[in-house]
Write a protein that binds this ligand. Structure first.
Ligand code: AMP
Ligand code: MG
Length: 482
């Protein structure tokens, strides 16, 4: 049995990528196969030796492996050439719904874009990405997925020696803002147009009919990214490396490096050890995404209009729309988090009021919102217990506001619990699964993965996993850990 590949990206001109095969590894072994995703993709693991193929030791027939070329702004600094340095796109397949999905191996050996890197990944980041990306999916947030995790039987050297691993990442595509920057910065108008047409054809077919397809494309990406970042804000997720090369054109969460879900709410929270200035802090994420979209806009200028001034005006006003689009999405999410489906002009004030209280009291982001459902049942203490200072006034205002909703209590209770998760991939749990896995015990990984399949269900048997870290378990810093 084989996977039916159809490699449209590899049919683009050769300047888009480099042909390169994965470097075989010593003794590949299965860590995890994602049967749910495999089923969605129409892949049957039973009929193959997954560890041979998903380590890159053997190539599926029909696969045409490539490393994609891209550039990007890293922490605001321009890097004219990045590209897949430790990932290889095996090809694309059509899933059961007929949607095109990229199948990529991450950590499968060097490519012409590796620069000084070894093209490999160690076990820790692979398990992190597996858990986080699948949790993101189950939270209902657009994301790349994890199909397999394979150990390589080889060592990877970072500060010290670690076991190597390879992740199979599945994405609607791996095209980034940085892919556009790659061609735009080279003044390769031909390449730029080919890329834009490819993206429209693959992701945004409706743009074709528009009298300015490339402006429409820009507007579509702006909407997708505004949607994505508003959803991150709604679950307290901090990406950590929002470089333009980690900003997907399709609008999925991509590149799980030093990212983290907040425990205690802090508006200006930063986890990443490499983010010294807090550029990618929780509060800055919408503005940074807008900055990245402005980079995309500037790439698209020559396609939007031959008249540069006109192009700039059109692109600028498209980017300017980001704030309104984002703000209304953000408001809807947080309104829903409080149980409101109707619109009231004081809602924003009420939401910000709560967030301020949470920030001051350093309450757990996830549990505070989850416990709002207790207010419905008049179990106020279950909500109040997270706050040190007085919040009765806020509760009164909230109660007054919820009384204006049409739905009955039971319905609102249910609704809130489908918006506010009970479980998130907490940092201390991720640290735990990695350190246990390094001792050869994958059971912690398995359980965490299982719990996060249903983040909105109470799952009383896993109550422990709802809990924030104890003092000695708090993770204050996350590492890129490539
Ligand atoms: P990232 O931090 O994953 O967004 O990666 C930024 C750039 O560094 C990309 O071009 C990666 O392909 C490259 N890179 C990261 N880690 C490695 C590695 N171990 N070997 C080769 N290239 C890498
Ligand atoms: Mg990246």
């Amino acid at each position: 049995m084989n996977i039916d590949f159809d490699n449209s990206y590899a049919r683009l001109p050769e300047k888009f990528y480099s042909n390169v095969k994965p470097t075989p590894v010593k003794s590949p072994n299965i860590i995890k196969l994602n049967n749910i995703l495999a089923d969605e993709l129409g892949i049957k693991f039973d009929n193959m030796q997954p560890e041979i193929f998903f380590s890159g030791n053997s190539l599926f027939s029909g696969s045409q492996p490539i490393a994609m070329a891209y550039a990007g702004h890293q922490f605001g600094n321009w890097v004219p050439q990045l590209g897949d340095g430790r990932a290889i796109l095996l090809g694309e397949i059509l899933d059961k719904k007929g949607l095109r999905r990229d199948i990529q191996l991450k950590g499968c050996g060097p490519t012409p874009f590796s620069r000084m890197g070894d093209g490999r990944a160690w076990l820790g980041p692979i398990l992190r990405e597996y858990i986080l990306s699948e949790a993101m999916e189950n939270l209902g947030i657009p994301t790349t997925r994890a199909l397999t995790a394979i150990s390589t039987g080889e060592k990877v050297y970072r500060e010290k020696e670690f076991p190597g691993a390879i992740l199979t990442r599945v994405a609607f595509s791996h095209i980034r803002v940085g892919t556009f920057q790659y061609f735009a910065s080279r003044k390769d108008l031909d390449g730029l147009k080919t890329l834009a047409d490819y993206v429209i054809n693959r992701h945004y077919k409706n743009c074709i009919k528009d009298n300015n397809p490339y402006l429409r494309l820009l507007k579509k990406v702006i909407k997708r990214q505004a949607n994505l970042v508003s959803k991150w804000m709604g679950v307290g997720f901090i990406h950590g490396v929002l470089n333009t090369d980690n900003t997907s054109i399709f609008g999925e969460t991509i590149d799980y490096g030093p990212c983290a879900f907040m425990d205690e709410y802090q508006f200006n929270k930063v986890f990443s050890s490499i983010d010294q200035t807090g550029r990618y802090a929780y509060k800055n994420q919408p503005a940074i995404i807008k900055w990245n979209l402005a980079c995309l806009a500037s790439c698209l200028l020559p396609l939007i209009s031959e008249n540069e001034k006109k192009a700039i005006n059109l692109a600028q006003s498209a980017v300017d729309e980001f704030d309104d689009i984002y703000n209304s999405l953000w408001l809807k999410i947080f309104r829903n988090k409080l149980g409101f489906r109707k619109i009231n002009e004081d809602d924003e004030k009420l939401i910000k009021n709560l967030l301020d209280l949470m920030d001051k009291n350093k309450t757990d982001f996830t549990l505070t919102f989850r416990s709002i459902s207790s207010l419905i049942n008049n179990d106020d203490d279950n909500f109040k217990k997270y706050f040190m200072s007085h919040n009765n006034e806020w509760i009164d205002k909230w109660r007054n506001r919820i009384s204006k909703e049409d739905n009955d209590k039971k319905d609102i209770f249910k609704f809130i619990n489908t918006i506010n998760p009970a479980f998130i991939p907490r940092n201390h749990r991720i640290e735990e699964i990695i350190s246990k896995a390094l001792e050869g015990d994958y059971s912690y990984f398995e359980i965490l993965n299982k719990v996060l399949l249903k983040p909105y269900d109470d799952q009383d048997e896993y109550k422990e996993y709802q809990k924030p870290p104890q003092e000695n378990q708090i993770v204050t810093e996350t590492f890129c850990g490539t």
